[in-house]
Ligand binder design. Structure first.
Ligand SMILES: CNC(=O)c1cccc(C)c1Nc1nc(N2CCN(c3ccccc3Cl)CC2)nc(N2CSC[C@H]2C(=O)NC)n1
Ligand code: NI
Length: 186
């Protein structure tokens, strides 16, 4: 099971590496990694389990964050209300943004990262809409379009596969300065 002890923190070189493509059919190890990443996100969002295991909540996790330099991303984005189904519950292998809007967006609250044990204030400006190509656990290639909060999360996690941290996108001189056409997501 993945706990915070398995999550590497900024400064660890793996976070700045470009991760390797996953080959198919999946090895038993890669299948296990994907399952455990999803289980971590679920545990991290469960108040009781997160308290017991001292987990920080996350809606996305990339394999490099558990020191596995492979192009695997897990996403678990809850629905609006407690008993709603998740907005997105998916493991993507070899995800790639194949097209995106000209329009940009950012989270009003800024971004947090399980590998960053500090608040880094500032708007992280990203594409507001993206089209992602990825493979599922059977190696079947899919294309999906995302917008809003989900698009932001997917971009944050794909960044991890390319050694990019969210604060690389923050304007140091003016962290909250944004062009007037950037969508600010509540
Ligand atoms: C510094 N300011 C802030 O963090 C920040 C501050 C305010 C608003 C936002 C929106 C912020 N930003 C932000 N909030 C989140 N969560 C909201 C709380 N939630 C959660 C918490 C508890 C239970 C269940 C859940 Cl679901 C977990 C997810 N997550 C991310 N990111 C950046 S993209 C990947 C994603 C991630 O999983 N990070 C670990 N950013
Ligand atoms: Ni992160």
């Amino acid at each position: 099971m993945i706990t915070m002890d398995n999550i590497i923190r900024e400064g660890h070189p793996t976070l700045r590496r470009s991760a390797d493509l996953v080959t198919f059919p999946l090895s038993a190890e890669d299948r296990k990694i994907a399952t455990e990443m999803m289980e971590f996100l679920s545990n991290s969002q469960d108040e009781k389990i997160a308290a017991q295991l001292n987990l920080r909540a996350g809606v996305g996790l990339a394999a490099p964050q558990i020191d596995v330099s492979k192009r695997i991303v897990a996403l678990l984005i809850p629905g609006e209300y407690e008993d709603d189904p998740p907005e997105l519950a998916k493991v993507m292998f070899n995800p790639k943004i194949v097209s995106h809007s000209i329009e940009s967006a950012c989270l009003k609250g800024g971004e947090g990262c399980l590998s960053v044990d500090r608040e880094v204030p500032g708007f992280v400006v990203r594409h507001s809409r993206i089209t992602v190509s990825y493979q599922d656990a059977e190696g079947v290639t899919h294309k999906a379009r995302y917008k809003g909060y989900i698009a932001i999360v997917v971009q944050h996690e794909i960044d991890h596969l390319n050694g990019v941290m969210f604060y690389d996108h923050i304007n140091e001189q003016a962290p909250f300065a944004v062009e007037d056409d950037v969508i600010i997501i509540e």
